[in-house]
Design a protein around this ligand. Sequence first.
Ligand SMILES: [Zn+2]
Length: 251
Amino acid sequence: MPKVDLKPPAVSKTRLFRSEEELAALPASERIRYRLVSADRRYHANDNIAEFVHEGELEELKAEVQAKLQEVLQTLVIDTESDHNTQETAKRVAKMYVEEVFRGRFHKAPAVTEFPNVERLNELMIVGPITVRSACSHHLCPIFGKVWIGLLPNEHSNLIGLSKYARITDWIMSRPQIQEEAVKMLANELQERVRPDGLAIVMEADHFCMHWRGVKDTDTAMTNSVMRGAFLKDANLRREFLSLMSRKNQG
Ligand SMILES: [Zn+2]
């Protein structure tokens, strides 16, 4: 006798449709989340969600974050009323998260003009060290470090101004990050914009969650790298990049 599956057929997830007018009644964070889920988009800590944030909503988000942080301070049993030092802390930290240290989540990519490679440059190019300021997704503790970028352009590559590498790096890093994911995200962004034959990224950073808490180790820096295209295939190119990079680091 054939086995009969007695399980009821899976109910297809019906999407509860809401118009923007209905969404307006919800807190900004729920509105934004609704749009992300409807669009089937990932919204991890290191994802940029700027296209789902409508005008004026960042101000609302800041107010929401402030209210929740005020609750955190209360549950830490801090008397924010009489303690002049913490009266404005919730507000300051909310602003710091949304506008400063995590702005790379909420703000659009920096405007960067790409130029055609008219000179047909095809020599190894190294940019760095670029200062990295980030925070770890695990503890929201600061990460400070440096990034070096190596590029091997071809005649079809686009070129971008030197200072723009720092702006793109900052946009990727000013989110709660994981170093291994951060370097890959930066590599993807540069690959898409520049389209070089080879791309190398090395990041060396200090994770403050290692100093401030946990093992309280004071000299642990983490280094990791991404090598793509020509840098992956050509050991000489890789060596050249790494030796120029360490020379630049000393100089
Ligand atoms: Zn951490």
